[in-house]
Design a binder for this molecule. Structure first.
Ligand code: HEC
Length: 150
């Protein structure tokens, strides 16, 4: 076996570990819901993210059923300051660029005379865009939020 192949499989292994550690949390979600006070050392940001997932599911359901989307939880606004898992965010300014854009897309769902389905899908895209830079694990779950054109 060449050194090159060994190096490649080592890198693949590292990538695999990273994906699992950012994805593992998602599988733990149900269990942790019962103990929201953070016994496993989950970061503030991770906890807000779970709220965002729940809120996103509810909003999708409302829009699909042609109901006005309920107000999103205020706590989502804390993504620009919430403490992340150590080492997750290198440059807060860069992160907050994604975060502020996300908030703008979220707010736009509530504007007058917009196609809420379209705006909602922009909002989901902004989740995916940020995740592609920081945390790949939850991306498949986030993509399930997209409302398909019908
Ligand atoms: C500005 C960047 C950004 C945006 C926008 C964003 N995320 Fe995240 N998300 C992260 C980061 C970074 C983490 C890892 C947090 C940590 O471990 O501290 C994360 C973690 C998560 C997790 C795993 C939480 C856990 O249990 O550990 C879920 C689920 C999630 N995000 C869903 C979403 C959803 C749904 C949206 C959109 C409604 C979204 N995210 C938007 C950056 C973002």
């Amino acid at each position: 076996m060449s050194k090159k192949i060994m190096a490649t499989s080592f890198i693949l292994m590292l990538v695999g570990l990273m994906v699992i550690s950012c994805g593992k949390n998602v599988q733990l979600k149900e269990k942790e819901k019962q103990s929201p006070l953070n016994p496993n050392g989950d970061s503030e940001l991770a906890i807000v993210m779970r709220t965002m997932m729940e809120s996103g599911k509810q909003m999708k359901n409302e829009i699909e059923n042609k109901l006005p989307p309920s107000a999103y939880p205020e706590e989502i606004k804390t993504i620009t300051t919430a403490k992340p898992t150590d080492g997750m965010i290198e440059d807060r300014n860069v992160f907050n660029g994604f975060a502020n854009f996300h908030m703008a897309t979220l707010d736009s769902i509530y504007y007058k005379d917009v196609d809420q389905k379209v705006q909602f899908n922009h909002m989901v895209k902004s989740c995916v865009d940020c995740h592609e830079n920081y945390c790949h694990g939850p991306i498949p779950a986030i993509k399930k939020l997209y409302i398909s054109a019908r």
